[in-house]
Design a protein. Structure first.
Length: 238
């Protein structure tokens, strides 16, 4: 009986000292690509960050999935149009998420003519078709690594070259309700000239075309009902 008590106590101490831990397993890469792209779509801003840090610039960001007129170059990719606006700049880019070697590949490209795309996310999806010839051939690439409840990406230390001979080193974290990004811009002489982290929070989702049509139909039905009511009211007064 004494030995049994000792064994029982030893087992109890083992459980207390070495508690079991749930191991999180990464989902398949195909799932990761779809998930991170979905997290990245919507209407965002960093107003919450600005409220606590007035030195941070207020930026709005509209991201939406976009079809291409010829998707052979980006087959098996999740493609997202990005539009950022502030009082000092406007940034429009093409983001493409795809499967890599145990990571999600993200390529960021500019547009040949971005002026014709401004406000694209306000359009129904079937009207957001992008001409592939309007997408630049060069890209800035990052590798995104899955972690529980987030994706972390970086292209440090090499970054991507700028038109002025410097480079941009990007660090980004994708979350279900926002994006944390830090673009460090270095001059050609290696001096760091921009180093401001931005914390975006989703403020709305991109409405689906059926949802937009539903709102329009409801508005038309409401106006017709109100007009019908007025006509009936007038007819009873005659």
């Amino acid at each position: 009986m004494t030995n049994l008590k000792v064994y029982s106590l030893t087992f109890l101490l083992t459980v207390l000292v070495f508690p079991s831990r749930a191991v999180a397993f990464a989902p398949p890469l195909s799932t990761q690509v779809k998930e991170v792209a979905q997290w990245f779509t919507g209407f965002f801003d960093n107003a919450q960050q600005v409220a606590s840090n007035p030195t941070a610039p207020l930026i709005t960001m509209s991201n939406c999935s976009v079809p291409l007129d010829d998707d052979n170059l980006f087959s098996n990719s999740q493609n997202v149009y990005l539009e950022q606006q502030s009082t000092v700049f406007e940034r429009i880019r093409f983001y493409s998420f795809s499967e890599g070697n145990s990571v999600v590949n993200l390529s960021v490209r500019s547009f040949v003519n971005s002026d014709i795309l401004s406000g694209l996310c306000n359009q129904p999806e079937q009207q957001r078709i992008i001409n592939i010839s309007n997408i630049a051939t060069t890209s800035c690439d990052l590798s995104l690594t899955w972690e529980p409840n987030r994706y972390i990406g970086t292209n440090a230390p090499n970054g991507c070259p700028t038109s002025t001979g410097g480079k941009v080193v990007s660090n980004v974290t994708f979350l279900n309700n926002g994006v944390k990004s830090l673009d460090q811009i270095f001059a050609a002489n290696g001096n760091l000239i921009v180093n401001t982290p931005i914390e975006f929070r989703r403020i709305a989702s991109i409405p689906e075309p059926s949802f937009i049509l539903g709102i329009l139909a409801l508005g038309i039905w409401g106006n017709a009902t109100a007009l019908s009511g007025k006509v009936k009211h007038k007819s009873t007064q005659k």
